[in-house]
Design a protein around this ligand. Structure first.
Ligand code: FE2
Length: 287
């Protein structure tokens, strides 16, 4: 998959020797001699952000947070407050005012800067360690409304507030461990669907209303409203088997969404599925 974005993206932030070495390591992760996922991490290189980059963050934050205040899950909103997500500047990943400083005592999760797309096993290895591989670049100003690839607005604004919730935090780590365990393409596909319909595009029922929590919805002004209001969307109650059997398409607004009753429901369903996969892996190893 292509990992570079077009437009006036500040490639200098990720294209240096350290970025290239980290990406090469990630691409080979899992092969003999490539078992240390921390070597896929890089520094955020915060000084590399331009004033235009900072303006893009503020514009995106303002545009989306006002809508989310009344339409996002309370778990997302309190997470955003707890990690001190602010409009004034692109989040810091290290230092006393960083999201990681506030996250650590809450759940132990951390966001780790990566140079680009991580292959599946490398991505799962990060999650299994309670580490979230985070794109550090931000979308070009001319692509402010839509970008197919993740950027720091999607990865931090969209994903990280939920990592402050202990139940979601446990779910995501269990997901990573389970996904790391299996090499069965059947289960790999089911797990990618589970990720898609929950972490990326999930809805949750709170106070008698559907609310947003999936990062793809949270970070998208257009799709967040569509997900909650369009008659074209089939909103189904969450059921792990049903989710794992539902295929998805990536290039348009989602026609099917799944609605959780609670994050405990998601965590418990994942625990059950993970146990199945871990037992199967143990049985295979014993044969
Ligand atoms: Fe995402």
């Amino acid at each position: 998959m292509q990992n570079k974005m077009s437009g006036s993206l500040n490639h200098a932030m990720i294209d240096g020797p350290a970025g290239r070495a980290a990406q090469e390591y990630a691409n080979q992760f899992g092969q003999p001699g490539f078992q240390d996922i921390t070597r896929a991490y890089i520094d955020q290189n915060y000084a590399g952000y331009t004033e235009e980059n900072q303006e893009t963050w503020r514009t995106l934050y303002d545009r989306q947070m006002e809508y989310l205040a009344d339409h996002a899950s309370n778990v997302y909103l309190s997470g955003a407050r707890n990690i001190k997500l602010v409009r004034d500047h692109i989040p810091y990943l290290s230092g006393p005012k960083s999201v990681n400083t506030f996250l650590m005592p809450l759940t132990g999760w951390q966001s780790k800067a990566v140079p680009g797309y991580l292959p599946a096993k490398a991505f799962f290895a990060c999650l299994a360690r309670r580490e979230f591989p985070t794109t550090i670049v931000i979308r070009p100003k001319e692509s402010i409304d839509y970008l197919p690839e993740p950027d720091i607005f999607h990865d931090i604004f969209g994903h990280v507030p939920l990592h402050a919730d202990p139940t979601f935090a446990d779910f995501l780590q269990t997901y990573g461990k389970a996904a790391l365990t299996t090499d069965d393409p059947h289960h790999t596909e089911r797990l990618s669907r589970l990720f898609w319909f929950t972490v990326e595009f999930g809805l949750i029922r709170e106070g008698g209303r559907n609310r947003l929590y999936g990062s793809g919805l949270i970070s998208s002004p257009g799709e967040s409203k569509h997900a909650l209001t369009s008659k074209e969307v089939d909103r189904r109650p969450f059921d792990l088997e049903a989710v794992c059997n539902t295929s998805f398409e990536i290039d348009h607004f989602q026609p099917i969404l799944y609605v959780l009753d609670s994050f405990e429901q998601l965590r418990d369903a994942m625990d059950t599925y993970a146990k199945r996969l871990l037992d199967a892996a143990r049985d295979n190893a014993a044969v």
